[in-house]
Design a protein around this ligand. Structure first.
Ligand code: F6P
Length: 477
């Protein structure tokens, strides 16, 4: 909450600060991947974000640098009360493809010649498109009154040949090359890259003199150089990007087995499992063991075929639960010699304050106003009473856990509770904030989330009590 002076409280204008994140780097350095991931994270933290795509033309960087913002009269530092900090990313690549319409020589809408720094006509088109995108950005930033604009440049540099080869393969399926013969596409892209390299300027001392804030991410965050980073959000973005990795892995998520409170519909508390809940835990341990063996087999095959980004090695599986009895009991059958088991308070269920231990019917009867307020705005509603939490509070406490999830390379099983599961799936599956608090996440359902370079693959398994095994089911979104 921000307390503003009265005259500002009464004004119609929105005050706040916005963060513009601009990705730079040679082609096939994972810029789009990084920025989409960052956007997902910021959206999950409940920042309004907008993603536009801007193709990088390294040689034009100086012309579209941040100077025009001063000329159009936007206040660069502006009012500092950050009500909504907003990130924004944009790209000209799509505009170029649209503008090129008829020009389809070589099977691509623009061949490498278009990117030659000496090609004057092409440069004019590129300038025009870049400025159009800049106009679009400025128009969007100007909405909502006075805002402080902060710009963060993130440069992705990649020298690791394995990652580069992988990025190149991804690039060849991009809209520019998807209809082209593979050999021809590789050759065109190689020449395009040479054109970029001739003009490319890395971020450095010139930019430091201009006082911009920037970050260079080298080899997917292995090495990071940061300059003049100002503000919480910019620091948070860099911290996030420093911590993720590209290892293929499975993130398994489930609620605890049925508890005795679940049977009577009481919320919160620290009840033990019912007999049925224990059977669920038992089956879970057998199923995860089976899946683990299957995954190991297929990863070995991928590594042998040279399809993997890192060499194959046997992994430990981490098992994380909350500190509450029902999640700890759910993993009782997991052997600590085989699994790295941790009980983590961050994973505890939302704390319902004065409503702990009540059923929804009791809450409606005893606290009708609270019940209504939560119904109207579940995401923002905070339970009254000492320690009472809202969904937003739970998101904040899960932030370090998300960073840890992104950082780790092993598979992990997370056994937690309804609200925490919704929020974690909200992040992993990029679920809209309006839908997230209402997501169906039933007891005795197991989710398997696999982060892949082109997106996240999610599988859902339901426990079939008769079979005493898990059966794959369609994904709820
Ligand atoms: O009923 C189980 C439970 O995990 C409660 O402990 C918790 O308060 C509730 O679900 C959260 O679900 P919702 O946000 O839909 O009320």
């Amino acid at each position: 909450m921000t307390r503003l002076p009265q005259e500002l409280e009464e004004s119609q204008h929105e005050f706040g600060s916005k963060l513009v994140v601009i990705m730079v780097g040679l082609p096939a350095r994972g810029k789009s991947y990084l920025v989409k991931k960052l956007q997902r994270y910021l959206t999950w933290l409940q920042y309004d974000t907008k993603l536009l795509a801007w193709e990088n033309w390294a040689n034009e960087r100086l012309e579209v640098k941040w100077r025009p913002m001063d000329r159009i009269g936007l206040n660069r530092t502006g009012v500092q009360q950050a009500r909504t900090a907003t990130s924004f990313v944009f790209n000209v690549g799509n505009r170029r493809r649209i503008a090129s319409k008829g020009d389809n020589r070589n099977g691509t809408s623009h061949s490498h010649a278009f990117f030659d720094p000496k090609n004057k006509a092409a440069k004019e088109i590129r300038d025009e498109l870049a400025l159009e995108s800049l106009e679009e950005l400025i128009a969007w930033l100007k909405q909502g009154g006075r805002v402080g604009i902060h710009v963060l440049f993130i440069e992705s540099i990649c020298t690791d040949p394995v990652v580069l080869a992988h990025n190149l393969t991804m690039k060849l399926s991009s809209p520019d090359y998807k209809d082209m013969d593979e050999r021809q596409a590789r050759e065109d892209f190689r020449k395009r890259l040479e054109n970029y390299e001739r003009a490319y300027q890395t971020l450095g001392e010139d930019d430091e003199e201009d006082g911009i804030q920037y970050c260079k991410l080298i080899n997917v965050g292995k090495k990071v150089i940061a300059y003049n980073i100002q503000g919480y959000l910019a620091g948070q973005c860099i911290f996030y990007l420093m911590n993720f990795n590209l290892s293929p892995r499975c993130i398994w998520l489930t609620r605890h087995g049925e508890s005795v409170d679940n049977i009577v519909g009481k919320i919160g508390g620290d009840a033990p499992l019912s007999a049925r809940g224990r059977r669920y835990g038992d089956c879970l341990s057998r199923f995860i063991k089976h899946q683990r063996q299957e995954n190991e087999k297929s990863r070995r095959v991928e590594a042998d075929a040279g399809m993997a980004i890192s060499p194959h090695r046997e992994r430990t599986v981490a098992v994380w639960t909350s500190m509450l009895t029902r999640t700890k009991e759910t993993v009782e059958r997991f052997d600590p010699k085989e699994y790295d088991i941790k009980h983590i308070r961050f994973l505890n269920e939302i704390y319902a304050g004065i409503c702990e231990g009540l059923s929804y019917t009791q809450i409606e009867k005893e606290y009708p106003e609270e019940f209504e307020a939560r119904r109207v705005s579940k995401l923002f509603y905070r339970y009254p009473g000492m320690g009472g939490e809202s969904y937003l509070d739970v998101i904040q406490r899960l932030n370090p856990l998300i960073i840890e999830l992104e950082r780790m390379t092993s598979d992990v099983l997370i056994v937690t509770h309804r609200v925490v599961l919704r929020i974690l799936l909200g992040y992993l599956m990029d679920i809209d904030r309006s839908k997230m608090p209402e997501m169906d996440v039933h007891l005795h359902t197991l989710y398997c989330v696999e982060p892949k370079p082109h997106g996240t693959v999610v599988k859902t398994y339901r426990w079939d009590e008769g079979l005493d095994w898990f059966v794959e089911a369609p994904v709820d979104k």
